[in-house]
Ligand binder design. Sequence first.
Ligand code: M6R
Length: 613
Amino acid sequence: MCGIVGAIAEREVREILLEGLKRLEYRGYDSAGIALISQKKNGDPFIDTVKTVGKVNKLQSAVKSSKLSGRVGIAHTRWATHGKPSVTNAHPHRSGEDIALVHNGIIENFEALRSVLVKEGYGFESDTDTETIAHLIHQRRVKGDSLLEAVKATVKRLEGAYGLCVIDNNEPDKLIVARSGSPLVIGVGIGENFVASDPLALGQVTDRFIYLEEGDIAQIEREEISIWHKSKKVKREITTVLHQAGDTEKGQYQHFMLKEIFEQPRVIQETLDGRVSKTSVLEQAFGIEAPAIFDQVQSVQIVACGTSSHAGLVAKYWLESIAKIPCQVDIASDYRYRDIIVQPGTLFVTISQSGETADTLAALRYAKKLKYVASLAICNVATSSLVRESDISMLTMAGQEIGVASTKAFTTQLAILLVMAIVLARRTGLSAEKEKKLVKELHKLPHVIEKTLGLHRQIKTISKQFSDKHHSLFLGRGIQYPVAKEGALKLKEISYIHAEAYPAGELKHGPLALVDNKMPVVAVAPNNDLLGKLKANLSEVSARGGKLYVFADESIKYQSEKRIKVINVPSCSEILAPIVFTVPLQLLSYYVALTKGTDVDHPRNLAKSVTVE
Ligand code: M6R
């Protein structure tokens, strides 16, 4: 995914910008570029640009052997969505000699805007949507607008998502930035200021940040920062982030697993940023070739291992209910040795945190010999083998996951899979109105997860009742069955308590025989059409002396009784429920393991990335 860094200072900024890009490398990219406002011999400002394809160190070498120098500048790492990775398509993009800009996000109406600009005589050098923005700003500048006015007028014409940072050598003492759907943060310095798509990029120069809000436009000068929202000048708070605990530090948390559970609201937001506009999903975010591939899809085959396969099982329900597309989910170690019959029009999807899981990779290599439409990897590591070997990919933005038990990787996978289901549903009749409703729900997700994390104290208390148990059952119905499976996997892998997940309707076909007063039974009960049936199944458990722990949507007002402990989960829509209900189960397994004193982050016999068969 793309990254932005900008700086305005009294000192040289090129090394600051390059270091910022280095710090954004983890997000994945295919090319990079930098533009500085330099000075000609006669003192006149001009914009000088260096761009390269590949890693940031390539850009660093190119910059080293150039004369690039300046105190105001912008830089970018690009992940291609419109136009292949190339020097011409890399940012910054220019309009004439005067304007340069970097952009994160996708402009959905760029083709219409571009044809108007072409009629007006603008020539395009790149295939990108971003170049359109540069020319639109230029168009306003020649009509007499200031750079700020030109950007304000331009963003009104843009549909989709953007985080923008613009420079103009006729107004060399400012950066103009704008955000909608892609994050931007201003780094506040003394006599110098900065901007980036992620505060991590600026950790070397400041610890004070202004988080821009959706729709904000800002003018950043050396000594002053002015922000407008809906044409009104606004003040935004400066937040001091003394030390941003990186992915490899525990910070205030006792274990990485707990830290990673609590990071979920932020990383889910980062996973959605630039992939979803206010009202729709941005399918170009899956890659340049994605729309043409999605047009051919009639069914989906998902292959993954462990937690990632549970994400696939949830996605099956979404694909069938939202996109009305059949979906098959297989465990990679099984799939790779089967005779596979591929239905025409099937998209092959792998899901993996690491992108190096041996079985998943082998399954991809096997599938590539079969007649699938294409292969899509949903993965957390941009440089992984899985991403490199797949036709298209969509990265989860979970950041590095250190705890062996997968938590934030799982929920970010689900966020992407929901986006994918909506993208495919567009082709099978999902109306713009329905898409808008689903997207509205997606935007609520980080906040609902944040509220759900508030259950941690209550869950810690009940976890004590599990520590002397040897067995447990996890129950869910429909789309919540894979959630129950994920909850059971978490408990067994870090607390070593045997945990078995069942679709609640299956109880009486065998597992009910296991239920007695020593068997804790955990159930997930969102507010959906299956609630009545689930309640009936749970009565079967309590009637046999089983102790139930029910995570229930607070709106259903499920009452605790002698043998039923109800934990109210913040209310959420049916579509978000699998993601939201995963969180209390993660917390439960963490606190049970904590009480038992097991090695939470490095459970016995397990490895983070299973690169052998
Ligand atoms: O890196 P992957 O997502 O491909 O890994 C697959 C499984 O090994 C992994 O999800 C495993 O089940 C988790 N560590 C469980 O928490």
